[in-house]
Ligand binder design. Structure first.
Ligand code: SF4
Length: 159
């Protein structure tokens, strides 16, 4: 974007996908899928001290049809796997997924037959957040990574 001031009326020159991506990256609607202790840490992410609203993502939704950012927080059992897949499928495109914490990303220390060993066995994941639980700053870092992904998208890819 550049501001031209050599003409009588200032104007902005930019590309359509840059304008749209600018709006999209500052208006994500997150949906928390919390099953265990990582979900408690998410309360810190949305609270005043860390304040996810600074990144335009404070409108937490509890319907997948109204969300475009799925945050999976906690242990996912084999019985929950079809539910998580259905929730992901119900979200409209474009959509992004953050896997928060060791349990969601790899099963954590629940290395047994009843626990999914990473949600990427069920749904695609855009950003993994390390930790048990991750710090709120790390979750905000994941949101920033998603924003960077959105900024890099081209209008031609949206189809
Ligand atoms: S990664 Fe740690 S804090 Fe998060 S759900 Fe698993 S055991 Fe709990």
């Amino acid at each position: 974007m550049g501001l031209e001031s050599s003409v009588s009326q200032p104007f902005l020159a930019t590309r359509l996908d840059e304008v749209i991506n600018w709006g999209r990256k500052f208006s994500m609607w997150p949906m928390p899928f919390g099953t265990a202790c990582c979900a408690i840490e998410f309360m810190g992410v949305v609270s005043g001290r860390f304040d996810i609203s600074r990144f335009g993502a404070e409108l937490v939704r509890f319907s997948p049809r109204q969300a475009d950012l799925l945050l999976v927080m906690g242990t996912i059992t084999q019985k929950q796997a079809p539910v998580l897949k259905q929730i992901y499928d119900q979200m409209p495109n474009p959509k992004w997924v953050v896997s928060m914490g060791a349990c969601a990303s790899s099963g954590g220390f629940y290395d047994n037959y009843s626990v999914v060993q990473g949600i990427d066995e069920i749904i695609p994941v855009d950003v993994y957040v390390a930790g048990c639980p991750p710090r709120p700053e790390n979750v905000l870092g994941a949101v920033v990574k998603i924003m960077e992904k959105i900024s890099a998208e081209k209008a031609a890819d949206w189809r």
